[in-house]
Design a binder for this molecule. Structure first.
Ligand SMILES: [Zn+2]
Length: 271
């Protein structure tokens, strides 16, 4: 059987995590990622009948029964993942209607998955309903998006419109916009449910004064989504206190829609 450390999904996960850390998005143990894997792919690297441990999840997610996820560990630092993946990452299979996860590889120091596992799993279930190709849920703490939640209106449409106005590419990269949650207690099923509900209409969900969730078909797409929104927030934070002479207008955004064949979220451009 092939070594799981050589699996392309493993090297890409480690590369993405390291890149996120290098972007300053994941200080200390901040941030977490879950990557949905096809069973046939997992079978190339692991005996899926060999369960190392069963870990309770404290939630239900029947839609994810039997699904496999590579996920970051609770309390683990992104900066260390590349040096000790088998301690900082785990590969689990969802069992018992979502009430437990069977560990097949990793968390070698006795650890367990991220404390935000409920938000991840509920978000996967929500995104899979909208897009069966969704594979990734990613959470991190980019400074400018976080800063923006201190000084900007938190209405999702108004927040999104500001981001769209900052850089021309934004409306093409995330035409579905960004949904914004108010400050909530993290690590709970409540914030998991709230995030999943917002994930039904957008691939980006901001947690005010905390960070952002992104979802996508692969690690690159999801990273790029967050990267683009964070760049727009950076522009906003550079100019928010200056007099605005010009910005991208709704007419210009409609030109982008027509030329690039994208459709902005219904009703979010001025008519
Ligand atoms: Zn966080």
């Amino acid at each position: 059987m092939k070594s799981i450390l050589d699996a392309p999904f493993m090297t890409e996960m480690i590369r993405t995590i390291t890149n996120m850390y290098n972007h300053g998005w994941d200080e200390r143990n901040g941030g977490n990622i879950s990557l949905l894997l096809d069973e046939a792919l997992v079978r190339e690297y692991l005996d899926v009948e060999h369960v190392l441990r069963t870990i309770p999840t404290c939630f239900t997610a029947p839609a994810l029964e039997g699904k496999y996820f590579l996920v970051t560990g609770t309390g683990k630092y992104f900066k260390n993942v590349q040096y000790a993946p088998e301690i900082n990452l785990g590969l689990v299979r969802i069992a018992d209607g979502g009430k437990s996860a069977e560990l097949l590889w990793g968390f070698a120091d006795g650890g367990r998955f991220t404390s935000e596992f409920p938000a991840h799993m509920m978000s996967h279930a929500a995104r899979l309903k909208v897009n069966p190709e969704n594979r990734v849920v990613m959470h991190c703490h980019p400074a400018n998006l976080l800063a923006m939640t201190h000084v900007h209106d938190l209405n999702s449409r108004i927040f999104t419109r500001t981001l769209w106005q900052m850089c021309t590419e934004c409306i093409m990269v995330f035409p579905d916009g960004v949904n914004v949650l108010p400050w909530m207690l993290c690590g709970t099923n409540e914030i998991g449910l709230a995030t999943a509900e917002q994930m039904e209409t957008a691939r980006l969900v901001v947690w005010s004064q905390h960070g952002i969730y992104g979802a996508g078909a692969d690690l690159d797409e999801t990273f790029g989504l967050i990267e683009t929104a964070e760049k727009a927030a950076e522009i906003y934070m550079k100019i928010a206190h200056l007099p605005w002479k010009t910005t991208i207008t709704d007419d210009q955004m409609r030109l982008l829609e027509a030329h690039f064949g994208v459709k902005a979220r219904e009703g979010w451009l001025e008519r």
